[in-house]
Design a protein around this ligand. Structure first.
Ligand code: FAD
Length: 382
């Protein structure tokens, strides 16, 4: 495979757009195929805004292509966790000993728009929207898409699947017989609510990631540039206190008053929003091989989706892009050699972070609230 052949990237999400920037820099002609309409300037789907904690792992990738300052200008630094007990005063736990390190809250939509804008501004990159991949022959690179008008076909020398946790490219590699997968859905789902600004200002401290740990459940809130907070409930789907158990406005209000009393006055229309917003799915994808026929590969969530409790899914996906770029450097730009090398170098790390993300759910929803944990942290900081 030559260094400058045409590359198709399926999915113009965070991974696909960043990957397009890196590949264009190597001189490739890149086409991004995206199932959605052009997202730029559109509001996110109801209850699916998702604000991300962007950390050094992800910022490093942006820095390499000079996008870090532009993107961080729209982010809010969070220097620690603010833990909200059921009753009493919230307690701040800094992320670093000197309190000078932060993770950054950024809207997924804003980040995606900025990366798409950066990619399509580069020579050689084009984005095609309203194209959902439905078929792929790894042996030839022929792709089939469902479009608004019916069906479209295209062929590329290299096809990279950056189409997220439910990847259609991964499904085609499974059919092709070169991939096995293990997809673990969590019993917990997530639902978003909004804490709007209060008297024009943030209703909570914007310098912290807020957590309401409640044993088997938790709520978190991250600040947005418009001075609102996106509040995400991570609750079991069923059972007492699960999403399914709160089916009426009265039940929702009673539950919040008992478990999250300080949130109640901050969310006007709480029960309406709760009952209207969808419950999202969370899970872990482990699969192998990530590549086939020397021309097809998986990157980002398509290869290794993880639960969000370590705040590392997108950060890890950005790290993938840097790792793949390095594999292309080390193989003289030969995708047939770079794709297996990428998996060999990366899979162990992504499997480790998948386990850490699951373990951190227990820490966030339970241990951060325990007096022993807080004593331990005070000793760490002494
Ligand atoms: P996606 O963002 O899923 O993008 C895939 C793209 O492919 C989409 O545009 C989709 O429309 C397109 N697509 C899908 N199928 C097709 C098809 N058949 N044909 C064409 N296009 C297709 N990560 C962090 O780093 N920090 C956090 O704090 C964090 N918090 C999170 C909180 C929640 C509630 C959730 C759910 C996730 C969180 N994540 C976080 C994870 C992060 O959102 C993902 O890791 C990241 O979005 C992965 O990017 P991606 O581009 O690989 O996949």
């Amino acid at each position: 495979m030559t260094e400058h052949g045409e590359v198709a990237i399926v999915g113009a999400g965070l991974t696909g757009c960043l990957l397009a920037c890196f590949l264009a820099r190597r001189g490739h002609q890149v086409t991004l195929y995206e199932r959605r309409a052009d997202p730029r300037g559109r509001p996110p789907e109801r209850g699916r805004s998702i604000n991300l904690a962007l950390s050094e792992r992800g910022i490093d990738a942006l820095r390499r292509i000079g996008l870090d300052d532009r993107i961080l200008a729209g982010a809010l630094p969070m220097r620690g966790r603010m833990v909200h007990p059921v009753h009493g005063t919230p307690g701040f736990q800094p992320y670093s000993v000197r309190g000078d390190r932060a993770i950054n809250s950024i809207g997924r939509g804003a980040l995606n728009d900025a990366l798409l804008e950066a990619a399509t501004a580069l020579p050689g990159v084009r984005a095609v929207f309203g194209h959902r991949l439905t078929g792929l022959d790894p042996a030839t690179g022929e792709m089939v898409f469902r479009t608004g008008d019916g069906e479209a076909k295209a062929t590329a020398a290299v096809v990279l699947g950056a189409d997220g946790a439910g990847s259609a490219v991964r499904a085609r590699l499974k059919e092709y017989g070169t991939l096995t997968e293990d997809v673990d859905h969590l019993e917990h789902g997530y639902k978003e609510l909004t804490v709007p600004p209060r008297d024009g200002d943030f209703a909570l401290d914007p310098g912290a990631l807020h957590i309401w740990p409640r044993g088997t459940s938790m709520v978190i809130a991250l600040p947005n540039p418009d001075r609102s907070f996106t509040c995400t409930l991570f609750w079991p789907r069923t059972g007492p206190g699960g999403f399914a158990s709160l089916a009426t406005a009265e039940a929702v209000e009673r539950h919040f008053a008992a478990e999250y009393p300080d949130l109640v006055p901050l969310i006007p229309g709480l029960s309406d929003d709760y009952l209207r917003n969808p419950v999202g799915t969370l899970g872990t994808v482990r699969c192998a091989s990530w590549h086939a026929a020397g021309r097809v590969g998986l990157v980002g969530d398509a290869a290794h989706a993880i639960v969000p409790f370590y705040g590392q899914g997108a950060n890890c996906a950005f790290e993938d892009v840097v790792a793949l770029d390095r594999c292309l450097d080390d193989t003289g730009g030969d995708f047939a050699a770079a794709l297996p090398l990428f998996e060999a170098r990366r899979r162990e790390d992504t499997e480790a972070i998948a386990d850490m993300a699951l373990a951190n759910f227990v820490e966030m929803r339970d241990k951060v609230a325990s007096p022993l944990f807080q004593l331990g942290r005070r000793a760490e900081h002494a």
